[in-house]
Write a protein that binds this ligand. Structure first.
Ligand SMILES: Cc1cc2nc3c(=O)[nH]c(=O)nc-3n(C[C@H](O)[C@H](O)[C@H](O)COP(=O)(O)O)c2cc1C
Length: 159
């Protein structure tokens, strides 16, 4: 099974989980990057990111190539921002045709996944879904335990 893994990560958590997942699936990995590479911290970061969600913004991404048709399984990962996928992921899903695939979703959050999976599924209509998982602050967890959790989950999804 050929796997494409696409994620956005602003602060490294989803990147860390993606790395762990790909250690099992050995797929092609696309890390989405914002065109605006400015680093925001503290309150300014939450205001900026929260506004993107509330205003339904689609922030520009750095150029990438991704051929959804090339994969059997597509894994999508995003941080939870204001209970939603990070808008950068929605930009990708609007720009990129992915249909008729098996899709698997993961998110990273500080406490709650909110409506992130419902929204991703809406944006990925036309695909079938095989598993979703939320990780709470993965970078703060024991790396070995997290790797074991990821492996068990991925192996369950792959069947
Ligand atoms: C703008 C913004 C909004 C956030 N909103 C939520 C939220 O609604 N619920 C939550 O549990 N965590 C929220 N978080 C925390 C992130 O989801 C969490 O830190 C996640 O692990 C970050 O993933 P990343 O390191 O891959 O960017 C928010 C973070 C940011 C920057």
């Amino acid at each position: 099974m050929k796997t494409g893994l696409v994620y956005f990560s602003y602060e490294g958590n989803c990147a860390f989980v993606a790395e762990q997942i790909n250690a099992v699936v050995h797929g092609d990995v696309l890390a989405l990057k914002l065109e605006d590479g400015k680093e925001r911290k503290g309150l300014a970061k939450y205001v900026w990111g929260g506004r993107q969600v509330l205003q339904n913004q689609r922030p520009a991404l750095k150029p990438y190539t991704f051929d959804g048709a090339a994969y059997d399984l597509i894994i999508i990962g995003t941080p939870v921002w204001a209970g939603s996928p990070a808008p950068a992921m929605e930009t990708f899903l609007e720009q990129t045709r992915i249909t008729g695939k098996k899709a698997t979703l993961f998110c990273c959050c500080a406490g709650g996944k909110g409506r992130v999976f419902d929204k991703l599924k809406k944006s990925l209509a036309g695909n079938t879904f095989a598993g979703e998982i939320a990780f709470i602050n993965p970078l703060k967890q024991d790396a070995g335990a997290l790797a074991a959790e990821v492996r068990a989950w991925v192996e369950g999804v792959l069947g």
